[in-house]
Structures are given as structure tokens and as C-alpha cells.
Design a protein around this ligand. Structure first.
Ligand code: COI
Length: 355
């Protein structure tokens, strides 16, 4: 055991790095050598550890298994042309994790533990950060109940962990999405704005039905009337209507995406008109029919910018026009890539260098 600051580190004996084909990285298939863990017991966080990545031992009575008391974040590290390792907006992930923690009756994690755990873990596994175009190290911080109790009540004990894996593109080509008008992902007053595990578990069945019909993903609508466009579950959705960038306001039912915010910030900086407003499904379909809809795309950490090729609604598939190379979503993707990899000035202070 080596002691580094307040993190105990146990290093792996044989790295799994040789098992990774960096020319063909599959999303979420191979995990880096180490993981970070901190345990919350008797009302306080204990020793911070970096251990070899391995299976956990968990009580079969854990409320995280039975009741989904678990939350997570998704973030990425990139390699700059000079070989430095850069994190994109990690403090925003840190803040959002604690927002999710409040909603799910979990304790806050401190900025120091989050940032120091993250930095030391990534430094130790730095060879896992790929450098090819469209690749990065995906980082998954998460927290779950570690109680042994199957009664329903907020837990006392929690584990906070970080695991990482090298990734390529989440969607390898422009996606076909279906506007969901039967099932709901979130309702006002629910947990839609939190990154809570159950939000994703509940989306699997409707998404599977759509996948059986040839779609990649759903665009969720509001849970009450199915009248307004919300988000896609793995990403927020944005539209260029005429020359205005339109997306749903990030309220109670929509995850406040960090990529979403980055796109809106860059668009405003470029002088584009941006509207965060309710968008009716009928307005969107009319805009496709009349040619007002120029572009539709998803924005998320895993998905980055995912072009939408087809939107399905009530049995009709609408193919969107092919995007020119200088389309807004292409320019945004290039700009974000350049900022995240340190090839372009970081004027918004989004990039954090791992030292
Ligand atoms: C992310 O973009 O990081 C997400 O959390 C989406 C995920 C469910 C793949």
C-alpha cells in the first residue's frame, strides 16, 4: 500500500491494458485497471481508496438493489496533442451529483474527495486515456445505498465510487428516433432531473419496443399529455428551426445536460438565437413538413453530438434533410472537440488539467 495524500492506493499487479483494441473501442465493454471508493458510515465519509477494479461484495438486502437508491454521473477525459489529460467541466458533474443525492436522500460528496479521487484515479490509469479522434476515457462516478435493510426508509450507509473505461462513439451513425406518445420517462415532481438509476431502468421497455421497430432511441414527451418534446434519455435533444436553436427548458422532468449547456453557450456566443422553451410535437412535425426544421441532434456526454436522421411519430417516419458539412451541429461538434482536447482556447473555463 502506498499513501498519497488522503487516498490509500493498492495497485494492480498485471494491467489489462493489453486486452484493449484501441483501434476498435466498444462503449463500456472494458474497464480500466483501478477504481476509486469511499464509504459513508455512521454519518461520515471514511478512508478514500483506489483499488484494482474488481467485483464488489454487497449485501443481498441492499436498498440499491431492491429500491434503486442509486445515482450516477457521466463525464469524459481527453488527451491533448501535447499528451496532457483534460477533463471537461468536472465541477458541473460534481454539482449535479449532489443535486441527485438530495433528491434520492443521499449524503453530499465533498468537492475535494470528488476532484482528488478523480484526478488520482485518472493519473494512475493515464495510459487508458485514448488519443484517436472521437475517443476518450468515459468516467462513471456513482453512489449507492450500502445498508443491509429491506424496509423502506432512506439508508444510513452509502458507497461512492468512480470507474472508467476507454470509449469510442456511442452512436456510430446518425440515429433514428421515435417520439414516444404512450409511455413516460418522467413527470413533474418525479426524479427526471436527477441522474437516478431508476430513470434509466424504467426507460428500457419502451426503448426496446421502439428498437424492435428499427429505431435507436426514443424522444420522450411530457408524461401528462405527451404534447411537448422532452429529452432522449441518453441525451438532450435540440432542433434548428429556421435559424433558431430550440430545446426544451431543463425543468423538473429533464436532465440538465452539461453538453446541452455547452451547446447553448457556444450558440449564444456565436450570435445565434437560442430558445429554451416548450416545443409541441405538432409544431415539430409541421416544421419537418414545411422544411422549417433544418437540423435535429442529441447532446450528451456519452453521445456527444448525435445527428438525428429520422424522426418517427405515430407510425410515420420523417427523414430529415442531409446535413451540409458546415451545418450548425457539425460546427458545434468540431468546436467542442477542439476545446475538450485543448486544441482551441478554453474561454469559458471548461477544461480541467489533470496534474
Ligand atoms: C452519459 O451521457 O454520460 C449518460 O449518462 C448516458 C448514459 C446512460 C449512457
Amino acid at each position: 500500500m502506498i499513501d498519497t495524500m488522503n487516498i490509500e492506493i493498492e495497485q494492480i499487479e498485471n494491467s489489462k491494458l493489453t486486452r484493449v483494441d484501441f483501434d476498435d473501442i466498444q462503449f463500456g465493454k472494458v474497464y480500466s485497471d483501478h477504481m476509486f471508493i469511499s464509504k459513508y458510515r455512521k454519518g461520515e465519509w471514511g478512508v478514500n481508496k483506489i483499488l484494482p477494479y474488481r467485483d464488489l461484495s454487497i449485501s443481498p438486502a441492499s436498498p440499491s438493489i431492491h429500491y434503486g437508491q442509486s445515482i450516477f454521473e457521466g463525464m469524459k477525459a481527453y488527451r491533448s496533442p501535447e499528451g496532457e489529460i483534460l477533463l471537461f467541466r468536472p465541477l458541473d458533474n460534481f454539482k449535479r451529483l449532489n443535486i441527485s443525492a438530495d433528491r434520492m436522500c443521499m449524503p453530499h460528496i465533498s468537492e475535494e474527495v470528488f476532484m482528488e479521487g478523480l484526478s488520482q484515479l485518472i493519473k494512475l490509469d493515464e495510459k487508458w486515456v485514448p488519443s484517436a479522434e472521437s475517443t476518450s476515457l468515459y468516467i462513471r462516478p456513482f453512489m449507492f445505498s450500502a445498508d443491509e435493510y429491506i424496509g423502506i426508509r432512506p439508508s444510513d450507509d452509502f458507497d461512492f465510487m468512480i470507474i472508467t473505461c476507454p470509449v469510442g462513439k456511442y452512436y456510430s451513425k446518425p440515429v433514428r428516433v421515435k417520439i414516444e406518445t404512450k409511455y413516460a420517462r418522467a413527470v413533474e415532481g418525479g426524479t427526471g432531473y436527477a441522474k437516478a438509476g431508476g430513470n434509466y431502468g424504467g426507460s428500457l421497455y419502451p426503448a426496446k419496443l421502439a428498437q424492435e421497430k428499427g429505431y435507436d432511441q426514443l424522444i420522450w414527451t411530457d408524461g401528462k399529455e405527451h404534447k411537448y418534446i422532452e429529452e432522449a434519455g441518453t441525451m438532450n435533444v435540440l432542433f434548428v428551426l429556421d435559424d433558431v436553436l430550440v430545446t426544451a427548458p431543463a425543468g423538473d422532468t429533464i436532465l440538465k445536460g452539461i453538453t446541452r449547456d455547452s451547446v447553448l453557450t457556444l450558440a449564444r456566443d456565436w450570435g445565434m438565437k437560442v430558445e429554451e422553451r416548450k416545443l409541441e410535437v405538432t409544431e415539430l412535425i409541421d416544421a419537418i413538413k414545411s422544411g422549417r426544421l433544418k437540423e435535429a441532434f442529441g447532446a450528451g456526454t456519452a453521445a456527444t453530438i448525435a445527428h438525428i436522421a429520422t424522426i418517427g411519430h405515430e407510425g410515420v417516419d420523417y427523414d430529415l434533410p442531409k446535413k451540409p458539412a458546415d451545418a450548425f451541429s457539425n460546427r458545434i461538434l468540431n468546436e467542442l472537440d477542439a476545446i475538450r482536447t485543448g486544441r482551441k482556447e478554453d474561454k469559458f473555463g471548461w477544461v480541467y488539467k489533470v496534474k
